[in-house]
Design a protein. Structure first.
Length: 382
């Protein structure tokens, strides 16, 4: 059976923090050709599609255009369509399937006349800082054309189910074997000299983090060492709290993360409760579990609802500090009970299984030539 190639449109760059798009596309790339289209780079000179092979079956396309404005926006669409049509004709079988992480690309995607359109909604991007003003309209447009909507968590599933007939929830998953290396890895040099106890976070450091909470943790216990691993985005680095026991280590590759987590006593998810975090489903919660580390989080819905018996949930600085104190003081029996609950969660989830199920949907919708009766029957669609 011929499997149609994918043209993927992403608001995230491939070499940024490794998360849902990279997990999904590296696995789909073993089953079908994937062209991962990043947001255009504005520069002088003739338009060009810079290409890089990043994994088996996966090429990253970095469009170079002269038109300014929002990524994939109206000013860039003609150039992008011409670049991508030419590539599809030369390099891929036609027709293709379109897979969108950003609604901003809906008009470019439709111009390729895809066999099927998948909207993989991993975040409510319109709620993020600096979101293009037309993003809401483009999402409404995408929802009217998408054959299926996949969501990154139950909160988004509930929201998008009101707006589209065919919505399936695929929460963020985990590569357990990768994070089990946390117990075997050597200490990274920039962390080895930091004493304990260590309380750590990795991920993007942006408006979704409660920096006042991070500061309160460090102030409450000067002997605690707060390890922050990840790139700073969309916020002024000068606003980061600075104390002797807060360590901003910068971005680290996905392959390095288990070694850092392995040296932490508590894993942190100090997310702000705001518009930008209303629908987030953090991938790191399961990764922390796979690393066999206790977790303290603010009450993010997609963490608190499914994992309240495993993750310590705390609101505000005072509660968050107290939760970290309890976690550090946990008895071995309490730790063993947590591990048992964690095992029950992890044995039912993996990125391999998640992507296999995603590909089954794509197989029926795209490889059979559209939204067929067979596909509707297989997935209970009407």
């Amino acid at each position: 059976m011929h499997r149609v190639p994918l043209v993927v449109f992403s608001h995230l760059r491939w070499d940024f923090v490794w998360q849902r798009p990279q997990h999904v596309m590296t696995r789909l790339g073993t089953r079908r050709e994937v062209l991962f289209v990043e947001e255009p780079i504005v520069r002088d000179g003739p338009p060009v599609l810079e290409l890089e092979q990043v994994a088996r079956g996966v090429r990253v396309a970095r469009p170079q255009v002269t038109e300014p404005g929002p990524a994939f926006g109206a000013k860039q669409q003609v150039t992008l369509v011409n670049l991508l049509r030419d590539f599809v004709r030369r390099e891929l079988w036609s027709p293709v399937a379109a897979w969108l992480y950003t609604p901003m690309a809906v008009r470019v995607a439709r111009a390729l006349e895809p066999q099927v359109i998948v909207y993989d909604c991993m975040d409510q991007l319109a709620n993020f800082r600096n979101a293009p003003h037309e993003l809401v309209d483009r999402e409404h447009e995408l929802l009217s054309y998408a054959d299926v909507v996949l969501t990154g968590g139950p909160s988004l599933y509930r929201e998008k189910s009101r707006l589209h007939r065919f919505v399936r929830c695929f929460p963020s998953s985990v590569d357990v074997a990768h994070f089990q290396k946390a117990t075997q890895s050597s200490e990274p040099a920039d962390q080895a000299a930091i004493p304990g106890p260590r309380l750590g976070y990795y991920g993007v450091i942006d408006e979704r983090l409660d920096l006042s909470l991070v500061s309160a943790l460090a102030e409450s216990h000067p002997d605690w060492q707060i390890i922050m691993v990840g790139p700073v985005a969309k916020i002024d680095p000068s606003t980061l709290p600075r104390r002797d026991n807060i360590h901003w280590l910068g971005q680290r590759a996905y392959g390095e993360l288990p070694a850092y987590v392995g040296g932490w006593d508590v894993c942190l998810m100090p997310f702000a409760i705001n518009e930008a975090t209303q629908y987030i489903s953090p991938t790191k919660v399961l990764e922390y579990m796979a690393a066999d580390k206790p977790i303290v989080s603010t009450p993010i819905t997609d963490v608190a609802e499914p994992y309240a018996g495993i993750v310590e949930i705390a609101s505000g600085p005072q509660e968050f500090v107290a939760a970290c104190e309890r976690t550090l003081a946990a008895t071995e029996d309490e730790r063993a009970a947590r591990r048992t609950r964690v095992h029950g969660v992890l044995q039912h989830t993996s990125w391999d299984n998640t992507v296999h199920r995603m590909d089954n949907i794509l197989h029926y919708l795209g490889d059979f030539g559209g939204t067929t009766t067979l596909a509707r029957s297989a997935y209970g669609w009407r």
